[in-house]
Every structure is written in C-alpha cells, then in structure tokens.
Design a protein around this ligand. Structure first.
Ligand code: NFS
Ligand code: SF4
Length: 666
C-alpha cells in the first residue's frame, strides 16, 4: 500500500491517534512512509458492516452468508435461522475464540512449569510459599515434599484438567460457597477446559443448538473454563515459577527506548519467553558483546501483555500498548521486535521492514511473512534468548535515522491480590478486612476494574477519563491489560496522582503510599480480580457472594475476542460488566436484552454498554450505589431520629442535633 503521498509531511493527512507520544513519533516518521493502523482506519473505503458489527451476519454454512434483520420475515437465514440464533451463535464463537487463546496460553505455561520442575529449563520454582499454598488448595498435602516433586504433582493435576471430561475444575472451588452452589444448580460449572470450547464450537455449527438461551448458557460455561480454569492456572503457575508480583517502580511509553542501548521489544503474551530474554539480557557475555558494537547494554521493553507480565515481576519498562505496537517500530530505534502469540498486528511486519528492525516470531502457532522464525522451546530457553539478543546486537550499528520521543511516565505496578491483601491489611494481619471496612464506612464507595484493549476505532482516551472520574468519586480502581498501560501513560499509576482521588479514597491509600489506580497485571491476570472479589465476599460485611459486592468491571475499548470471554466470566461470576463502544449482539434486541437484563436472574449480574467516559462512570457508579443500598450501607446517611431519652441525654435539642452532625435527610 503506497500511502506516502496521502500522508506526506505537511500534506494535512495526518492520521488521528491517541496519546502525545504516538502523534510525535508518527509526525517525525511520516516521510519514511510507515503505515500504522491509525492510517489504515482512515484509508479504508468502507465503514464496518452493520450486520457483522451487530452479530447478525451468519456464514456458518455455504448456503450463506445470510444477513439477518430481526423481525423481518424475508430477512432470516436460508436455513430459517433468525436473528437471535445467529447473534447468540456469533457471540458464543467470540467467547470460544477468546477463551481458547487463554487456554492455549495456560496449557503452554503448565508444560513449561512441569519441565521446570523436572529440571529441564533454566527457570526455577521461585515462590515456594505460593507452591505450597496452591498445593493445599488443590487437595495435595505439601508437608515434607521436595519442592520440585510437589510442583510435578501440582502441574500434573492441572494439566489433566485441560483434557478432563467430567467433574469440575479445581480452582472453581475457591469461589464463594453461594456462588459455587448457584453454578451447580445452573449446571454452568465447567467439566473440563478443552471440552467446553469444543462443545461450544459444535453447538454453533449449522443446524445444532438453535435456542439462543441454550447457546448463551454454553458460552457462559466456556468462559468459566477460561477465568476459573486456564487463566487462573496460568497466573498462579507463572507466579510460582517467576515470582509473585510485588509493588515495583518502572516506566511506560515509547520514551523508554534508549538512544545508546540495543532496543529489544518483546510483544505478545506468554511470560516464558520474556523471562528468558530478561535473564539473557543480564548475561555479562551478552552485555560485553553489546559494548563491542558501541552500545551500553541491552534495553528490553515490553509491548502489550508480555509487557505487563515483565513489568509486574521484573520492573522492566513497557514501550507500548496494543495501539502503539507499530508506532514503537516507527521510531526506527528498535533493533529487534520479538513476538509470540496474540494481538500482534500483521502490520508490524511491513513497519519493521521500513527500518533496520528485525521481526522475530518464536511460536510455531504464529508465523508471519517478512519475519525471521526462531522457534522458542523452554528446554533451550536461554540459548534461544541469547541468539535473539545477538541478532539485535548485530543490528545496532545499522540503526539509521530514528526518533525517540521524550514521553515516559513513572508508574508503580505489581498489585497481585496477595499484595493488596498485605498492603491494605498490614504485614501482620494480611486481610481484605480493612478494605471491606473502608467500603462499609463509606471512605471507599466501591471497586471498579477497567480492563481490556485499546482500539483504533475509539479515539478518546476513555480509560483515562473514566479512571479519573471514578477515583474522584472514591471508587478504588484496578486495571489490567492495555487499559493499564493507557492509564499508566497518563500518570495515574503513580502515588502523586492521589491528589485526583476523592477524600475518602485518598485517606486510605495515602496511608499506605499506593497510587489511586492499582495495576494487577496482564489479561490472564483478570483471574486475580476474581480471587480478590472472592476474598472480599468471604471476609464478610459486604454480603456473602460476588454479586453482593459494590464492585463492577468494564472494557470500554474492547477489540479482542478475549475481552468478551473475560466479560462473560465476570458476569457468570456475579460481577456486572459495562462494555464499549458497542456490544457484539446489537443486531438482535432479543439476545441483547437477554444479556443486559435476563442474565441478572441467572447470575446476579448483567452486561451493559456505554460509549463516553461520562456514560461509563454514571452507569458504574449507579450500579455501585445500588449495591451499597442493598447492603444497607447508606443507612448512616439517613436522618437520625431522636427519642426523648436521647434528647435528655444530649441536653438541649438544638445542641444535640448540631453535635451529631444531623443536617437533615440524605
Ligand atoms: Ni488483553 Fe493483552 Fe491488549 Fe487487549 Fe490484547 S494485549 S490479553 S487482548 S489488546 S488488553
Ligand atoms: Fe445462512 Fe443458516 Fe447457513 Fe447461517 S447456517 S449461513 S443462517 S443458511
């Protein structure tokens, strides 16, 4: 695609893109003709198809594709399928796609974990405490066992859950009791991890499941195999192998690239490769080789969720979120971009090829034209990592004209659910009790999770504006995925941003030196949020189930199928979710109503949709307030009524009213 004319410097054709750093880099690199998704959005001749967008285009058989209009007789499928069936089927397939990404990630992680326990990789079992806690949770007696033997037992039990055919997933046993009972009553408890995806794909094949409610039920069960299955497994075993995240200072945004170092960006999702690269980057031999070509060392920086994984555990910087992946390359300052799986735009290959940058694919599941493939294997992890770094070192002297913007923000990240436990509860009585108490006494209004992608179809920085509005209203905000990187760029992952928080939230967080927004990790780490919500429900004082808590999630700029799988497992777990800018079943009112109203009767939570930061904030705060009212937490604000005995005790009626701060209702 030759866009050089249209986007030539000064030609007035600059693409619209969020964030100063992106604008700066694209402006500087304009003459080199690099094309990013920001350009492609504007170059496309057509708007997205409404049938596709609303979920009512079916191409599940070769009599179609059939474009369906709800309520119009002539506009049903050739097979007779109506809008509700087709929208539910398409929604379900999105969930299956998203869940399968996390499931394959989880499977790979357990295999690397088992290989590590057997001494076949350069990694070790770093967090023995968490290994023992996890073993106990899974019903394995850890006492007296060697850590590697115990890890093999844990890994074997969990790898078997992928191919399991009946029963239930072990980590789902962590959920609050009432939730587990509800799942058992509904039959929505996943039986095995892979089974739920395969069954969902089967049910949505032409001519199988046609009742939208039944299809959406299996979509919910499949999402659970992700959240309480593969994602939770991936998070827990990554923590055991690579260490549990704890608060750590680092930086985000493109300005983390370095002028005088070999820049290697690691993009994708699986922490196994990134950890090996981080180990190799500290190898004195590699550093000496970098020095030989005139560089001061190796600068490893993350992109997308790999970035979040190494940021949480190693404090390595993040160069960019999803929307920045090509912009990072457009600096011309990256020697190698190494990728594994998920969220890697095909556009990075031509973008890299405009410069001296080598794009290296590492997973046999994800190869790209124009890239070098170096297969990563955990058994030879360090050799592969060293080979990649040597290729980057070799490229460094070939770095041509380039431009590194100044933009970078200081962040404090690393809030695993265990950390939140310690920080808010204190070292000697780690517990969610103080958080619950602060919610009950109204200092903190509730908890909101802002998760998911950023997206070229959404121009406004919704994550940032929304986070600001929520913290100003004393809502404790947790973030994961690319949303976390976005709010980090805006400075909200920094304790100095506490000035933007409401007085109650500020008081609580200032005491412990936390930023007003807590970074909980990558997208698989949304399972940490499930665990945190579970702990809050179990501690008591805020009801007994996740659906009782004044807590809500949102994905305001969703792009990936994974976001839909995540949203569905939150809803199935009892936490309401607001999605934006659109909901994928909007072509069927019947299915959309089912998701946004009827799911309440099943799971005690629903989906919702919003577009602007203000609309998101209103819906989320309303929902939190509703939960507070249901818990009776707003009672203290009601007018106190005095009886005669109280008046006598307090002296004159006027003074009494004044002293207890009773200024009328509300
Ligand atoms: Ni999550 Fe992470 Fe980012 Fe979206 Fe993609 S990187 S797994 S899917 S775009 S948040
Ligand atoms: Fe059309 Fe039915 Fe085939 Fe879908 S399954 S493409 S609605 S005929």
């Amino acid at each position: 695609m030759d866009t050089s004319k249209r986007f030539d410097k000064g030609n007035g054709g600059c693409p619209k893109i969020q964030c100063e750093a992106n604008i700066d880099v694209l402006c500087q690199s304009c003459a080199s003709g690099v094309v990013t998704a920001a350009h492609r959005v504007e170059l496309r001749a057509t708007e997205p198809c409404l049938f596709g967008k609303g979920g009512t285009c079916c191409r599940n058989c070769n009599m179609g594709p059939c474009q369906i209009i709800e309520g119009v007789d002539q506009m049903i499928g050739i097979c007779g399928a109506d809008a509700s069936t087709v929208a539910a089927r398409n929604f379900a397939r999105i969930v299956a796609g998203g869940a399968s990404a996390h499931i394959d990630h989880g499977r790979g992680l357990v295999m690397a974990f088992l290989a590590t326990a057997k001494g076949e990789t350069p990694y070790t079992i770093k967090d023995e405490d968490k290994l023992r806690e996890t073993a106990l949770r899974l019903g394995i007696v850890p006492n007296g066992k060697d850590k590697n033997d115990l890890a093999i037992e844990v890994g074997t039990l969990l790898i078997n859950e992928f191919g399991q055919q009946s029963g239930r997933l072990l980590f789902a046993g962590r959920a609050p009791k009432p939730r587990q009972e509800l799942w058992a009553r509904l039959g929505v408890m996943p039986r095995g991890i892979d089974r739920e995806v395969v069954e969902l794909m089967h049910r949505t094949h032409m001519g199988v499941d046609q009742d939208y409610r039944n299809i959406l039920f299996q979509a919910a069960r499949c999402s659970m195999a992700d959240g309480w299955g593969a994602s939770m497994i991936a998070t827990e075993l990554s923590d055991i192998m690579f260490g549990r995240p704890a608060p750590i200072r680092t930086k985000v945004n493109i300005g983390v690239l370095k002028e005088d170092e070999v820049n290697v960006t690691v993009h994708g999702h699986e922490p196994v490769l990134a950890e090996a690269l981080a180990m190799a980057a500290n190898d004195p031999e590699i550093i000496a080789e970098a020095k030989k070509v005139g560089a001061r060392g190796i600068n490893l920086a993350g992109v997308c969720c790999t970035g979040n994984e190494i940021l949480m555990r190693r404090g390595l910087p993040i160069a960019g979120s999803f929307i920045q992946q090509e912009v990072v390359l457009a600096t011309g300052a990256v020697e190698v971009m190494v990728v594994d799986v998920q969220c890697i735009m095909q556009g990075v290959s031509p973008a890299a090829n405009r410069y001296h940058t080598e794009l290296i694919t590492t997973s046999e599941r994800a190869k790209m034209a124009g890239a070098t493939h170096i297969q990563f294997e955990e058994h030879r992890a360090l050799d592969v990592a060293r080979e990649i770094l040597r290729r980057a070192i070799e490229r460094y002297p070939r770095r041509g004209e380039h431009y590194i913007p100044i933009y970078q923000a200081d962040v404090v990240a690393g809030f695993s659910h265990e950390t939140i436990n310690y920080i808010l509860g204190g070292r000697f009585r780690a517990s969610y009790r103080p958080l619950n108490d602060n919610i009950a006494n109204g200092r903190i209004r509730g908890v909101a999770a802002i998760v998911g992608c950023d997206n070229y179809r959404v121009f406004d920085e919704i994550h940032v504006e929304l986070a600001k509005e929520l913290i100003a209203n004393d809502v404790l905000v947790v973030v994961t995925g690319c949303a976390a990187t976005g709010v980090g760029r805006a400075g909200l992952l920094n304790p100095t941003a506490l000035t933007m928080a409401g007085p109650g939230l500020r008081e609580v967080l200032e005491a412990v030196g936390c930023p007003p927004v807590l970074h909980m990790g990558s997208c698989v780490d949304n399972s940490r949020i499930l665990v945190a919500l579970t702990e809050m429900a179990k501690i008591g004082g805020l009801g007994s189930d996740i659906s009782d808590l004044p807590a809500i999630g949102c994905a305001p700029q969703w792009m990936s199928e994974k976001a839909v799988a995540i949203g569905q497992y939150f809803v199935t777990s009892g936490a309401a979710v607001v999605f934006g800018p659109n909901f994928p079943t909007s072509g069927s009112r019947v299915v959309t109503d089912y998701c946004m109203k009827d799911m309440q009767n099943l799971y005690g939570a629903t989906w919702d949709v919003a577009q602007t930061p203000n609309e998101f904030a209103n819906k989320m705060i309303d929902k939190i307030n509703e939960k507070r009212r249901a818990l009776g937490l707003d009672k203290k604000k009601e007018r106190v009524l005095f009886d005669m005995a109280m008046r006598r005790e307090l002296g004159s009626p006027g003074a009494a009213l004044h002293d207890v701060g009773c200024h009328g209702p509300g």
